[in-house]
Design a protein around this ligand. Sequence first.
Ligand SMILES: Cc1cc2nc3c(=O)[nH]c(=O)nc-3n(C[C@H](O)[C@H](O)[C@H](O)COP(=O)(O)OP(=O)(O)OC[C@H]3O[C@@H](n4cnc5c(N)ncnc54)[C@H](O)[C@@H]3O)c2cc1C
Length: 419
Amino acid sequence: MGEHREIVVVGGGPVGACAAYYLATGGASVTLLEKEAEVCPPVSGAHANCGLLVPGDVEPLASPGALGKGLRWMRDSSSPFYIAPRPSPDLVRWLWLFRAAATKARARAAAPVLRALHVASASLHDELARDHGERWMFHHDGIVQAYEGSAAMAQACEEAEVARGFGVRAEVLAESEVRKRFPGMRGAVAGGIFFPEDGHLDPTLFTRAVAGLTAAAGADVRRGAEAIALEPEAGGVRVVTTRGNIVAGQVVLAAGAWTPALTRGLGLRLPIEPAKGYSVDVERPADFPELPLYLGDARCVLTPLGDALRLGSTLELSGWDMTIRRKRVAWLRNAGERVMGIPADGPVRQIWRGPRPVTPDGLPVIGRVPGRERVIVASGHCMLGLSLGPVTGQLVAELAGGAQPSLDLAPLSPGRFRA
Ligand SMILES: Cc1cc2nc3c(=O)[nH]c(=O)nc-3n(C[C@H](O)[C@H](O)[C@H](O)COP(=O)(O)OP(=O)(O)OC[C@H]3O[C@@H](n4cnc5c(N)ncnc54)[C@H](O)[C@@H]3O)c2cc1C
């Protein structure tokens, strides 16, 4: 027994909020469940992420050389990509699948899939921002990737050339052009790449505003309600929650890195690992422009958000250990000091960490659970959940409504890891 809804969406991150938005504005009766007291809570993967919209990012995490770097850095917990050694069958399986996906051929096959998702999502972001963008500090003016060393710059130029082959706009900048855009830059810089299609926004403001628009469209946005299990029910699925049961015609699982805990009971073992990332908010220097800067050598992003500057990134596979490692915070702050002269021991507004839902092949999981056709998975967005939230939401709405999805979902299918 329980109340009845057409569709229940589990997870109030950017992906769940966008799915609920496109479902509700399409006329479905929707309940959005978020286990925490607020949508996009501090424990989520998006709360204080770097806020970048990156349609130019077509290289999946599983690219040639990535595993080698991860293994090399394994003993250095301050490095930008760290795998904490631990006896976990899930991690072993994930690494095995990652190794298989980290080939040139697989990365080249994933790039057009990511690009198609990005292009569609960027235009939906523009559409959402047209009326509401000021509410989430939306800017669509590009980002700059800068490189301190000339070898790293040469490699970035090669990668930009590959990205151009997939339709990405990428402009090589000389050292002087980088410094002109970032007058406060102090450290060495060999050059940079400008990605004019990219943008940035505040992830918490965006997600909460989209949830608000979803409620305004008639959806029931329920906070503090955790989905515990999904059970079969005649003509639907019973969603057992900490605040009563709901019988839904269809369920969308958009619980980020928590999603595998819910699909396991459905017989689907999804290889999604929580990959911890960090951010540090400091006061924005007066001369820092309204343009995000990615420091390629340090793998650190600097995003202006109002009067704050967010230094973020690093990737740590430590399971659900969400301890804040001070060495990793120091890594970000040292990069900010070295390149921009922001004192590494100066005042901090906020230190945050959160779990990215990472798949071993770097592609999200969007589609129906094999054998459980009433359940749709929308998760595994790795480092791209904010960028790809809108297109994922739209694809979920198309699927749930019985329409032909506007993009090919075969490469994103939840069953693809079974073989
Ligand atoms: C440091 C860092 C920087 C990043 N920078 C960027 C960036 O610049 N651009 C970009 O596009 N992406 C970025 N990402 C990645 C992005 O944040 C993730 O891809 C995104 O958060 C995934 O969104 P999601 O909605 O799937 O999951 P989440 O954001 O993790 O949201 C999942 C939600 O589901 C809720 N939930 C979980 N289980 C249940 C349950 N059983 N019942 C009810 N609710 C539940 C959680 O509380 C959470 O609120 C970054 C991530 C990190 C960590």
